[in-house]
Ligand binder design. Sequence first.
Ligand code: NI
Length: 192
Amino acid sequence: MQTDQITLEAKTYIRELFRGNADGHGFDHSLRVWRNAMMIAESEVCDPQIVSLAALLHDADDHKLFATENNANARRFLEAHDIPAETADRICTAINSVSFSRNKGKRPETAEGRIVQDADRLDALGAVGIARTFAYGGSHGRPPEDSIAHFHEKLLLLKDMMNTEKAKEIAAERHAFMENFLREWHMETGRE
Ligand code: NI
Protein backbone atom coordinates (compact mmCIF):
# COMPACT_ATOMS: atom_id res chain seq x y z
CA MET A 1 0.00 0.00 0.00
CA GLN A 2 1.20 3.53 -0.83
CA THR A 3 2.42 5.71 2.04
CA ASP A 4 -0.24 8.35 1.27
CA GLN A 5 -2.96 5.74 1.41
CA ILE A 6 -1.74 4.38 4.76
CA THR A 7 -1.62 7.94 6.15
CA LEU A 8 -5.20 8.48 5.04
CA GLU A 9 -6.32 5.22 6.62
CA ALA A 10 -4.47 6.02 9.84
CA LYS A 11 -6.43 9.28 10.03
CA THR A 12 -9.70 7.40 9.58
CA TYR A 13 -8.62 4.89 12.24
CA ILE A 14 -7.87 7.50 14.89
CA ARG A 15 -11.01 9.47 14.09
CA GLU A 16 -12.98 6.35 15.04
CA LEU A 17 -10.77 5.65 18.05
CA PHE A 18 -11.22 9.13 19.56
CA ARG A 19 -14.89 9.51 18.63
CA GLY A 20 -16.84 11.25 21.38
CA ASN A 21 -13.76 12.50 23.22
CA ALA A 22 -13.58 16.30 23.34
CA ASP A 23 -10.96 16.92 26.03
CA GLY A 24 -8.37 18.14 23.51
CA HIS A 25 -6.36 14.95 23.52
CA GLY A 26 -8.11 13.37 20.63
CA PHE A 27 -8.40 13.41 16.92
CA ASP A 28 -7.77 17.11 16.23
CA HIS A 29 -4.74 17.13 18.52
CA SER A 30 -3.28 14.10 16.72
CA LEU A 31 -3.81 15.73 13.33
CA ARG A 32 -2.04 18.91 14.47
CA VAL A 33 0.84 16.87 15.91
CA TRP A 34 1.09 15.04 12.58
CA ARG A 35 1.19 18.36 10.73
CA ASN A 36 3.91 19.71 13.05
CA ALA A 37 5.89 16.47 12.77
CA MET A 38 5.88 16.46 8.97
CA MET A 39 7.03 20.08 8.98
CA ILE A 40 9.95 19.25 11.30
CA ALA A 41 10.79 16.02 9.42
CA GLU A 42 11.62 18.00 6.28
CA SER A 43 14.76 19.37 7.91
CA GLU A 44 15.85 16.18 9.77
CA VAL A 45 17.53 12.95 8.77
CA CYS A 46 14.73 10.47 9.48
CA ASP A 47 12.27 7.98 8.06
CA PRO A 48 9.21 10.08 7.16
CA GLN A 49 6.83 7.11 7.17
CA ILE A 50 7.79 6.28 10.75
CA VAL A 51 7.39 9.93 11.75
CA SER A 52 4.00 10.11 10.04
CA LEU A 53 2.50 6.99 11.60
CA ALA A 54 4.07 7.57 15.02
CA ALA A 55 2.60 11.10 15.06
CA LEU A 56 -0.88 9.98 14.03
CA LEU A 57 -0.88 7.07 16.50
CA HIS A 58 1.03 8.73 19.35
CA ASP A 59 -2.04 8.94 21.63
CA ALA A 60 -3.78 5.79 20.36
CA ASP A 61 -2.78 3.99 23.58
CA ASP A 62 -2.76 6.99 25.93
CA HIS A 63 -3.37 5.44 29.35
CA LYS A 64 -5.68 8.32 30.31
CA LEU A 65 -8.07 7.22 27.56
CA PHE A 66 -7.43 3.55 26.87
CA ALA A 67 -6.69 0.51 29.02
CA THR A 68 -4.45 -1.11 26.38
CA GLU A 69 -0.99 -2.63 26.83
CA ASN A 70 2.03 -2.84 24.52
CA ASN A 71 0.64 -0.24 22.12
CA ALA A 72 -2.23 -2.59 21.26
CA ASN A 73 -4.31 0.04 19.41
CA ALA A 74 -1.36 1.25 17.35
CA ARG A 75 -0.20 -2.31 16.61
CA ARG A 76 -3.68 -3.39 15.55
CA PHE A 77 -3.63 -0.73 12.83
CA LEU A 78 -0.05 -1.47 11.75
CA GLU A 79 -0.65 -5.22 11.52
CA ALA A 80 -3.88 -4.75 9.58
CA HIS A 81 -1.89 -2.70 7.05
CA ASP A 82 0.95 -5.21 6.67
CA ILE A 83 3.59 -2.92 8.14
CA PRO A 84 6.68 -5.15 8.67
CA ALA A 85 7.25 -6.08 12.33
CA GLU A 86 10.58 -4.27 12.46
CA THR A 87 8.99 -1.04 11.18
CA ALA A 88 6.06 -1.43 13.60
CA ASP A 89 8.58 -1.77 16.46
CA ARG A 90 10.36 1.40 15.39
CA ILE A 91 7.03 3.25 15.24
CA CYS A 92 6.08 2.04 18.74
CA THR A 93 9.54 2.96 20.09
CA ALA A 94 9.04 6.47 18.76
CA ILE A 95 5.53 6.66 20.27
CA ASN A 96 6.71 5.44 23.67
CA SER A 97 9.56 7.92 23.83
CA VAL A 98 7.16 10.86 23.42
CA SER A 99 5.35 10.51 26.73
CA PHE A 100 7.00 12.42 29.55
CA SER A 101 5.78 10.05 32.27
CA ARG A 102 6.74 6.87 30.40
CA ASN A 103 10.31 7.88 29.54
CA LYS A 104 10.88 9.91 32.72
CA GLY A 105 11.87 13.06 30.88
CA LYS A 106 14.70 11.41 28.91
CA ARG A 107 15.52 12.72 25.45
CA PRO A 108 14.20 10.19 22.90
CA GLU A 109 16.97 8.01 21.43
CA THR A 110 15.70 7.99 17.84
CA ALA A 111 15.34 10.91 15.43
CA GLU A 112 11.71 9.94 14.84
CA GLY A 113 10.99 9.98 18.59
CA ARG A 114 12.61 13.40 19.00
CA ILE A 115 10.57 14.80 16.10
CA VAL A 116 7.23 13.50 17.36
CA GLN A 117 8.01 14.65 20.92
CA ASP A 118 8.73 18.16 19.60
CA ALA A 119 5.57 18.06 17.49
CA ASP A 120 3.49 17.08 20.52
CA ARG A 121 5.00 19.84 22.67
CA LEU A 122 4.47 22.44 19.95
CA ASP A 123 0.74 21.72 20.18
CA ALA A 124 0.80 23.09 23.75
CA LEU A 125 2.12 26.45 22.51
CA GLY A 126 0.76 29.43 20.56
CA ALA A 127 -2.90 30.13 19.83
CA VAL A 128 -3.69 26.41 19.99
CA GLY A 129 -1.92 26.11 23.35
CA ILE A 130 -3.90 29.02 24.78
CA ALA A 131 -7.21 27.60 23.54
CA ARG A 132 -6.41 24.12 24.86
CA THR A 133 -5.37 25.41 28.27
CA PHE A 134 -8.64 27.30 28.86
CA ALA A 135 -10.73 24.46 27.41
CA TYR A 136 -9.04 21.97 29.73
CA GLY A 137 -9.36 24.25 32.77
CA GLY A 138 -13.00 24.98 31.99
CA SER A 139 -13.88 21.32 31.60
CA HIS A 140 -12.42 20.75 35.09
CA GLY A 141 -14.42 23.63 36.55
CA ARG A 142 -11.43 25.94 36.95
CA PRO A 143 -11.61 29.71 36.48
CA PRO A 144 -9.42 31.38 33.83
CA GLU A 145 -6.99 32.65 36.51
CA ASP A 146 -5.99 29.05 37.29
CA SER A 147 -5.19 28.43 33.63
CA ILE A 148 -3.00 31.54 33.60
CA ALA A 149 -0.90 29.95 36.34
CA HIS A 150 -0.42 26.89 34.12
CA PHE A 151 1.26 29.07 31.51
CA HIS A 152 3.91 30.10 34.00
CA GLU A 153 4.32 26.65 35.59
CA LYS A 154 4.59 24.67 32.40
CA LEU A 155 3.89 26.15 28.99
CA LEU A 156 6.47 28.93 29.10
CA LEU A 157 9.16 26.34 29.88
CA LEU A 158 8.52 24.25 26.77
CA LYS A 159 10.45 26.34 24.26
CA ASP A 160 13.74 25.40 25.94
CA MET A 161 12.87 21.69 25.84
CA MET A 162 12.73 21.22 22.07
CA ASN A 163 15.08 18.68 20.45
CA THR A 164 15.24 19.88 16.84
CA GLU A 165 16.27 23.20 15.29
CA LYS A 166 13.02 23.56 13.33
CA ALA A 167 10.92 23.02 16.47
CA LYS A 168 13.04 25.56 18.37
CA GLU A 169 12.24 28.11 15.67
CA ILE A 170 8.50 27.45 15.69
CA ALA A 171 8.44 27.31 19.50
CA ALA A 172 10.13 30.72 19.77
CA GLU A 173 7.38 32.29 17.62
CA ARG A 174 4.57 30.61 19.52
CA HIS A 175 6.20 31.49 22.84
CA ALA A 176 6.36 35.18 21.88
CA PHE A 177 2.68 35.07 20.94
CA MET A 178 1.79 33.62 24.36
CA GLU A 179 3.84 36.25 26.15
CA ASN A 180 1.93 38.94 24.27
CA PHE A 181 -1.31 37.31 25.33
CA LEU A 182 -0.19 37.23 28.98
CA ARG A 183 0.91 40.87 28.85
CA GLU A 184 -2.52 41.84 27.52
CA TRP A 185 -4.23 39.66 30.15
CA HIS A 186 -2.34 41.29 33.00
CA MET A 187 -2.99 44.74 31.59
CA GLU A 188 -6.75 44.15 31.28
CA THR A 189 -7.12 42.47 34.67
CA GLY A 190 -4.55 44.48 36.60
CA ARG A 191 -3.34 41.19 38.07
CA GLU A 192 0.05 39.60 38.03
NI1 NI B 1 -0.29 14.19 22.45
